[in-house]
Write a protein that binds this ligand. Sequence first.
Ligand code: ADP
Length: 351
Amino acid sequence: MSERDDRALPLQVLDALHEGVVVVDARRAVVLMNPRAEALLGRRWSPGASLADLFPEPASQAALEAVIAAGRATSQAFCHKLGEVVLEVGVSPFTGGGSGMGAVILLSDITEAWKAEQERLRFVSMVAHELKSPLSAILNYLNVILTGMFDGDPAKVREMLERCKIRGEALLDLVRDLLYINRREAGPVGREPEDLDLCAVLGEQVAFFAVQTERRGIAVKVRCETPRAMVRADRADLDRVFMNLLSNAIKYNRDGGTIEVRIADTAGGWTVAISDTGLGMSDAEREGLFREFYRVKNERTAGIPGTGLGLVTVKRVLSDYGAKIAVASRPGKGSTFTVTFPKAPQGPDPG
Ligand code: ADP
């Protein structure tokens, strides 16, 4: 390699870096910015630009100054004020190019990782909240029983123990749903895709719920409007999706109502529409339907058990297959949940 090439190489490397690089001298004047730093900070280098121009937030400036003053390398993250971008900022002391201590600042875009972490923290806090209320209720009942104030009233004690049992079962359902979601997030381990006919799958699912539907006098019709509706999927995944939708169509239905399951070949793909004649939802109530722990709360839904994790799971499973879910609903009339599977590509996304 020639001497000329040797000198040009560091600059070419700086230009090619995926990280932003900013160099400031002892006076905090910016002496170098690579193109990535310009893009991340949303401004171009100009003569006389200072560290404070690039990081106008006092907290950011203080953090950078502390590092430069201490003369030790460090790394810390803070939100870049000019936009939604979150940068991890690594600062190394720099003594070249003049007297005194300057700094080499390395910028990495960690926006996606930061968002994922925020989401994880939000989820953990919601889980803790959801676990707390049934557990508190159980402990309250047990504490009342243990005071002995109802020792002479076994019927009352029994009633409280039954309530404990209901809350305990709800807690177990919640933990099961959480474990399932967690297992899914960990990856596609254990999935066994096979060619499945949606008409057959839905027929079996409906049969599975026969005892429940009969008990509530709900008539279920399955209309298969296409000779074959084949999807390549893991059977447990399809069961999870349709069990959730069918169990909701029963839970939120009225006694003596109906459920219609329609499997059809449409322009968008294979569709499965599950319609019920139950409580229905207003537009506002439908808004949060696919958010964790969301449950419509009104006098009609009070007392209907659930975790608020069913539809979240349904949506996540479907997204692995490139399938979509849509909801139409009218308060007091009923709801239709429509799932559409693309005819190709088939099989779960390996990611
Ligand atoms: P849950 O365990 O509460 O049933 P889901 O995630 O399955 O949780 O549903 C979220 C909420 O959406 C339910 O609590 C209910 O308020 C509403 N919902 C779901 N399906 C229906 C339906 N078929 N009819 C009316 N409301 C429904």
